[in-house]
Design a protein around this ligand. Structure first.
Ligand code: MSP
Length: 472
């Protein structure tokens, strides 16, 4: 693999970020950092950003008595601040209100129109502003959208431009069947396959009642449907950011299952119609609840990632979110168990291990620099396998097993009973062992890894302040 381009969804700016958004973004960050180690920094492009157009955002701005532009600037910067606090290493932060993006979307749309993939027709349907889409009959339960039960559904009838999705669907199906692109996990692929085989209708890709968006280039009474505008971000970024053209197609589009359909069918249809290469992997992880309940405004259980960072620190949050449930599956985040887990795995686990070794090294007064300088990072095959199978949580488990094994070995060696040559040799093996663990940990807990490496790479090793302060 020569390059790796990974993306998160671009998040809606109708409200500030929460830990659902943080989860996907941390996972993407882990992949980006892992591949930077593997194939070099310059060969990785990691994109995240905000989705800033559409009726939902315009309504939120109005409710807040702000112009849409002021409103989106404010929320988008809250996303950027949250990602900074979580040490997200994105190479670029995409905003759909960027004028360069507007131009690219308009060019793409014009091409689709010129190639005959777009036509105008009357549309009548039930629209959910929360989802930013027309609902089909089976998606409406008790006259409500199950995902947005407090949103009034409105019947809309208007002239729209349509994409000939029905004609494009067989081509998408063939591309998925022949693995020109992959949808993962495989159970999700089966869902997508059967949905496409069940028959696809054309979709409306413009609106007349929504001003906050990109205008359709040949008919400025219409605004480009926000999902079409948003999906193009992945491609646009490779044109807008200098010297990133060669990163297209994306290697990994990450998201949760809620928006898989847009990425697994509509995005591919648009790209195929434009003769563009398809992304390699679309990975949809599960949805998580908080202490057994769906995160929602009405339940008041929406958690701000910054609050969690205040309690557990950046790496604490990254660790606790990454290990809460199996990546790919639906899960639950049990906040009540965070303190216990933090103490067991971080304060007593890696934190204690590092300070034990550092203290022994300090007391030995030995010089470890020559040993440190000779350490070579060999790739760990089990971690490589886990990452290649899109199991970052599994890779982290492997590292934690190594930490536990290490603890046991120290217990058995009883280095505090040793002295002279024997003590020196034992401590040298520890330094040779802890530094690669830190290296493997870097994609997951970047600042902890950096601290460990600088403790053991220092001219004199001294017992550091606790890496993780124990919680009472
Ligand atoms: N703007 C669109 C995406 C456009 S991409 C071209 C959108 N935005 S969103 O703000 O609603 O973000 C949805 C994404 O947030 C999910 O796909 C997932 O990545 C993340 N999550 C939000 N809540 C989550 C959970 N409770 N659990 C897991 N992921 C969560 O859709």
């Amino acid at each position: 693999m020569k390059k790796f381009y990974v993306t998160t969804p671009i998040y809606y700016v109708n409200d500030k970020p929460h830990i659902g958004h943080a989860y996907t973004t941390i996972i993407a960050d882990v992949f980006a950092r892992y591949y930077r180690q593997k194939i070099g920094k310059e060969n990785v492009f990691f994109l995240t950003g905000t989705d800033e157009h559409g009726a939902k955002i315009a309504q939120a701005a109005k409710k807040n008595n702000q112009s849409p532009k002021d409103f989106v600037d404010q929320i988008s910067s809250q996303y950027q601040a949250a990602w900074k606090a979580l040490e997200i290493s994105n190479d670029y932060f995409f905003r759909t209100t960027d004028p360069d993006h507007k131009k690219i979307v308009q060019d793409m749309l014009q091409t689709l129109y010129d190639r005959g993939f777009i036509y105008k027709s009357l549309y009548k349907g039930i629209y959910c502003v929360g989802c930013e889409k027309y609902l089909t009959e089976d998606e409406i339960i008790n006259e409500r959208c199950p995902h947005h039960p407090t949103t009034e559904l409105a019947e809309q009838e208007e002239e729209n431009y349509f994409l000939k999705l029905r004609d494009l669907a067989p081509k998408v199906l063939e591309a998925l069947e022949t693995e020109r692109y992959r949808v993962l996990p495989s159970a999700r692929k089966s869902e997508i396959l059967s949905k496409i085989r069940g028959g696809i209708n054309d979709i409306s890709i413009s609106r007349t009642g929504v001003d906050w968006g990109i205008s359709v280039p040949w008919d400025d009474k219409h605004t480009v449907y926000v999902w079409v505008d948003a999906l193009f971000n992945y491609y646009s970024a490779t044109r807008i950011v200098s010297q990133k053209e060669h990163f297209w197609p994306a290697d990994l589009h990450l998201m949760a299952k809620d928006i898989l359909w847009f990425h697994a069918l509509i995005w591919e249809a648009l790209l195929l119609a434009l003769d563009k290469e398809l992304p390699k992997v679309i990975f949809a992880h599960g949805f998580f609840s908080i202490d057994g309940q769906k995160m929602s405004k009405s339940l008041g259980n929406i958690i701000d990632p910054l609050e969690l960072v205040n309690s557990y620190g950046t790496d604490g949050v990254r660790y606790l979110l990454l290990t809460s449930f199996a990546f790919g599956n639906d899960g639950d985040i049990s906040l009540s168990k965070f303190n216990e887990k933090y103490n067991a795995d971080l304060a007593n686990g890696i934190g204690n291990l590092v300070s034990r070794i550092a203290r022994l090294c300090e007391q030995s007064k030995h010089n470890f620099i020559p040993i440190f300088k000779k350490i070579k990072y060999q790739s760990d095959l089990s971690i490589e396998k886990a990452m290649a199978e899109y199991r970052p949580d599994e890779a982290l488990k492997i590292i934690w097993n190594q930490i536990q094994e290490f603890d046991k070995d120290i217990h058995n060696d009883q280095p505090w009973t040793l002295d002279g040559e024997k003590l020196q040799q034992t401590l040298e093996t520890y330094v040779r062992r802890i530094v690669p663990i830190a290296h493997n940990l870097e994609p997951f807990l970047p600042s902890t890894a950096e601290k460990i490496i600088s403790i053991f790479g220092a001219d004199e090793i001294v017992k550091p302040k606790p890496l993780f302060e124990r919680k009472k």
